[in-house]
Design a protein around this ligand. Sequence first.
Ligand SMILES: Cc1cc2nc3c(=O)[nH]c(=O)nc-3n(C[C@H](O)[C@H](O)[C@H](O)COP(=O)(O)OP(=O)(O)OC[C@H]3O[C@@H](n4cnc5c(N)ncnc54)[C@H](O)[C@@H]3O)c2cc1C
Length: 251
Amino acid sequence: MARGTVLVTSPIRASWHVGRVASRRRETASAVRLELDVPTWPGNHAGSHLDVRLTAPDGYQATRSYSVASSGETTRVILAVDELPSGEVSPYLVHQLADGDELEVHGPLGRYFVWTPTEPDRSPVQLIAGGSGVVPLFAMAAAREHETVDAEFRLLYSVRTPEDVFFAEELSALSKTTVDVVHTRTSPPGSPRAPGRLTQESVADLVFPATATPRIFLCGPTPFVETIAGWLLQLGHDPTRIRTERFGGSG
Ligand SMILES: Cc1cc2nc3c(=O)[nH]c(=O)nc-3n(C[C@H](O)[C@H](O)[C@H](O)COP(=O)(O)OP(=O)(O)OC[C@H]3O[C@@H](n4cnc5c(N)ncnc54)[C@H](O)[C@@H]3O)c2cc1C
């Protein structure tokens, strides 16, 4: 999904674009993967997001942010949207948006929560995701596959069940990122770990130690991010090396 590096030296300006749904497919039991053709898209760094704006026939508008699973110099923009059944925008994107439909998007956004292979920092990179929070982190791991940089990558991914794993096939094909999936409700047969939420101890076991001075990208629902960030600090990680992105929801 990474199609060539976008250089840090060429800043990309966010603007409004019109995309067309090129394909959609079921990603998990509650999520879809949308591939948009956005002819004017300037490319994006891995980890960026965009805003989707929906306009009703009466002019009412609703805007929500979605991470971009693709990166690089491409006009094919990939999103993965999880349905919040009581939500305003996600049920429309999951159930009603059809192939060929147009969608207004604004981006790319998020200069802070991106990984670029041209960064001089060669420390290990620790990715930590809860649920759909894996989308921008998957973009980083996928981008890293095509680069010759020597930074070690690890992904710790918390999901409810094996059926809830986003990008399952692509994650299992990653060769340069060590992936640990922790299931909170149901583990796959033969799994070494019983289902259960992450704990401070399991985070300590499954992420690079503070002594390795990793850069950490942490993304997911707000309560997940806040809990894990608190544990990382208690484990001695440098707060200036932890970047977080909160998808919403309250604790
Ligand atoms: C930078 C950024 C990137 C994002 N990327 C993605 C992405 O790649 N894929 C994706 O599926 N979502 C992503 N989100 C979340 C997305 O923007 C919407 O918040 C989500 O789709 C819900 O929108 P809605 O209109 O359906 O629900 P709303 O009508 O906005 O909310 C309905 C109810 O759900 C609560 N709620 C809102 N968001 C969440 C949440 N994440 N978890 C639990 N409860 C919540 C609200 O407080 C409200 O009570 C991202 C959010 C941000 C800020």
